[in-house]
Design a protein around this ligand. Structure first.
Ligand SMILES: [Zn+2]
Length: 472
């Protein structure tokens, strides 16, 4: 799905809220048919563009638009703006493929025949609110899609966003959850961090992020965000998918049972996907709070991009470890953090950062989550991930590992990334879940329960504990 982001000025930006919607029978069928027609229009556009290229003409986006608008009315049962947006999307896709080709990637111009496409509705024309209902127009003289006005919450302030601030929305079919959802971009205030501090980030699987910033000459603040919830979600999903896959492999391709099992698998995967996205937002929010509180203007994460490559090296890491690494959503967490703080990431080679002692630069092999320096004169002890973050911080400031002063105070804060919902969100979720549960047939329920459904992680408040270790 397309998440549109951009900015009009320094202080405003756009975010996209994704809201599952329940449509009435007639609206549902209408939405289904329209998504299909939109895809057919796209396909016609693709064919036409390819024909133009063969004739050595290069059509602009307005040429594509006027071609689509010249098609007979029964071929485009959509709002004119929706058709226009399809033309512009096609032009954009062609431009993207050209840029990627220039950058040496193996790509083709759009050619795949689509079966389903999201519907776009422009503000004021495509969508309109009246009498507490949201109307999505399919053009003059045609029935429209009506639904209850959704509640959009600003993810920063958690306040309701006025529909005046909504932009061009999209009605998308969510394949994993087998339901429609509205993607509503809204204008919001951009958060940004101003100051002159440097924050280093050490990323890991067990502790998603450890952030270190100097408060003054003698104190370094370390925030460690625990990633246990993500491990639990992934482990349960992997297990459920594995069991279903085993069953799928035993039944005939295309049979009713096969179809049901595939659907159950998609459901499990879709649910885990949403939970993991939420988790990444929790991690990056907690990290962003640290960054904003310390007035950082330079973010330096350790560069771990190479690690994923070890997934292919034979015998390097265990099978289990390789699966963990390839499912590590570090890139998305970094992107979210960058969006939440308005800072670019300045990657730094982190080799040896977790092994080197910050106080005497002796190399130790840490075992467990605690770091203990084996140098008898030093004897530095600290949380293992705090060590990595402090070393990266020193390297970011001085260009190499420089020992910290022996009287440095390391203040460590532990945070757990767990989901916390606003009452409105919980209510909305509950509504959708209840309807979904009722809609499920008993056969689907059986298939789901066989696949040991993913259970929600505990909704406890984030537990915070602070401890500090002082160097001798
Ligand atoms: Zn040491």
């Amino acid at each position: 799905m397309v998440a549109k982001s951009g900015s009009d000025s320094e202080n405003t930006t756009y975010r996209t809220a994704i809201i599952p919607v329940t449509l009435s029978g007639a609206s549902y069928r209408l939405a289904h048919d329209s998504c299909h027609s939109a895809a057919l229009l796209w396909n016609q556009g693709v064919d036409w563009v390819h024909a133009q290229w063969k004739a050595e003409r290069s059509p602009s986006k307005y040429d594509i638009q006027s071609f689509l608008n010249s098609l007979p009315l029964q071929d485009r049962p959509l709002h004119t703006h929706t058709t226009e947006i399809i033309a512009h999307d096609l032009d954009e896709a062609i431009a993207t493929s050209r840029t990627n080709h220039k950058n040496g990637m193996k790509v083709r111009a759009p050619w795949v025949k689509k079966n389903y496409r999201p519907l776009s509705f422009s503000k004021g024309y495509g969508w309109r609110i009246s009498k507490n209902q949201l109307h999505l127009s399919l053009g003059r003289g045609r029935p429209r899609i009506d639904l209850a006005v959704p509640t959009v919450l600003d993810s920063t302030t958690n306040k309701k966003v006025d529909p005046d601030l909504w932009g061009e929305m999209q009605l998308c079919w969510d394949q994993d959850h087998r339901r429609f959802s509205l993607h509503i971009p809204y204008q919001t205030v951009r958060e940004s961090s101003h100051g002159n501090a440097i924050t280093a980030i050490d990323e890991g699987i067990i502790n998603s992020m450890a952030l270190a910033t100097w408060v003054d000459d003698k104190t370094v603040d370390v925030t460690i965000v625990n990633g246990r919830e993500a491990r639990a979600i992934k482990r349960q999903r992997n297990k459920a998918v594995c069991q279903l896959q085993r069953k799928i492999s035993r039944c005939k391709n295309g049979s009713r049972k096969h179809r049901r099992l595939v659907m159950a698998k998609k459901k499990v995967q879709g649910k885990a996907k949403l939970m993991l996205r939420d988790f990444d937002h929790q991690v990056s929010r907690k990290a962003a709070n640290h960054v904003l509180a310390h007035k950082t203007d330079r973010l330096v994460p350790g560069d771990v991009r190479g690690i994923e490559k070890h997934t292919k090296a034979k015998g390097r890491i265990s099978r289990h470890g390789r699966q963990q690494l390839s499912q590590w959503s570090r890139g998305r967490q970094e992107r979210y953090l960058s969006e939440k703080t308005g800072l670019d990431l300045d990657l730094l080679n982190e080799s040896g950062s977790t092994k080197t002692c910050p106080a005497c630069l002796t190399r130790n092999r840490p075992s467990g989550r605690h770091y203990r320096c084996k140098n008898p004169i030093c004897g530095f002890t600290c949380h293992r991930d705090a060590v990595g973050a402090i070393n990266i911080l020193q390297k970011a400031i001085y260009g190499e590992y420089v020992p910290i002063r022996p009287d440095t105070k390391v203040r460590v804060t532990y945070l757990r990334a767990v989901e916390r919902w606003s009452p409105d969100q919980r209510k909305a979720h509950h509504l959708v879940q209840c309807r979904k549960a009722r809609a499920l047939s008993s056969a689907q329920n059986r298939a789901l329960s066989e696949a040991s459904q993913i259970s929600k992680p505990k909704l406890a408040n984030s537990s915070t504990s602070t401890d500090s270790s002082v160097l001798d």
